[in-house]
Design a protein around this ligand. Structure first.
Ligand SMILES: [Zn+2]
Length: 258
């Protein structure tokens, strides 16, 4: 993973502006991780992808994260501060080959499946109904289902490709989802929150993609304003202003303000 210059960050930001979140995450990683092909990045599990994004976030803006949320009970505004290491799960993300299919045995069933990746998110991106999104994602991750079809006594097994998770028993679906969550813990980061005003406890999902993107978006707006002010005052080129350190830009801006 490499560091990006200010002008490279602005290019990435421009590229991602019109993209859905799943694609923005890959645009960020493609810029910072040229050692990974786009196909490899698409095939990372969501937890692997988010682990890399956390690393890139830490390298770019530091390890402290600050977020604002609202208490669902009393509506009070809460500022949360935590660090990357508070929410990082140590994952082996060195190789996508390490992503072996998983399996669950349940009653007479044996199901082989894999973890969801960005290709799956891309495939369901147009679907609006969150229930359909979840069931389509689930179906895409099923590899094979073995189950007894005729006489259970002879335990005749048939392996088949399933296209509908609805035919599986509900408890089996639950076992598969639990196994997926265990295998890819970075994909679902939950923050345990407590409201200081009303003492209400709840859990909130932390999504590194939208969090990091909104930080980049805010940064891009600030930097472009700085470029505008410096270019207006001194007539310097955008590329030259962006090539300066942020400290140097700030000093010139202070001198203009004096
Ligand atoms: Zn509250």
């Amino acid at each position: 993973m490499r560091s990006l210059s200010a002008s490279e960050w602005l290019k990435v930001w421009e590229q991602g502006l019109d993209q859905p979140l799943w694609q923005r995450s890959l645009t960020l990683l493609a810029a910072a991780c040229p050692e990974w092909s786009s196909e490899q990045l698409m095939n990372l599990s969501i937890g692997q992808r988010d682990g890399l994004l956390l690393k890139l976030r830490e390298q770019t803006f530091g390890s402290q994260l600050t977020s604002v949320t609202v208490c669902p009970q009393c509506g009070d505004r809460l500022e949360l501060t935590f660090t990357v290491s508070d929410i990082r799960v140590n994952l082996a993300i060195e190789s996508v080959d390490a992503l072996e299919p998983l399996s669950v045995q349940f009653a007479d069933y044996e199901v082989r499946f894999r973890l969801p990746n960005s290709l799956d998110l891309a495939a369901v991106a147009r679907e609006q109904d969150p229930v359909k999104v979840r069931s389509e994602l689930f179906d895409r991750c099923l590899i094979a289902v073995s189950y007894p079809v005729s006489d259970r006594a002879v335990s005749h097994q048939r392996e088949t490709q399933f296209s509908q998770s609805s035919v599986l028993p509900e408890s089996l679906v639950k076992a598969i989802l639990e196994s997926m969550a265990l295998a890819d813990p970075q994909a679902d980061v939950q923050l345990a929150l407590k409201c200081p005003a009303c003492a209400h406890h709840w859990q909130a999902t932390f999504d590194i993609v939208s969090f990091f993107w909104s930080e980049i978006h805010g940064w891009a707006g600030r930097v472009l304003r700085e470029v505008h002010t410096l270019a207006s005052a001194y007539g310097w080129r955008e590329a030259d202003i962006l090539a300066m350190s942020s400290q140097r830009r700030r000093l010139y801006l202070e001198m203009i303000a004096e």
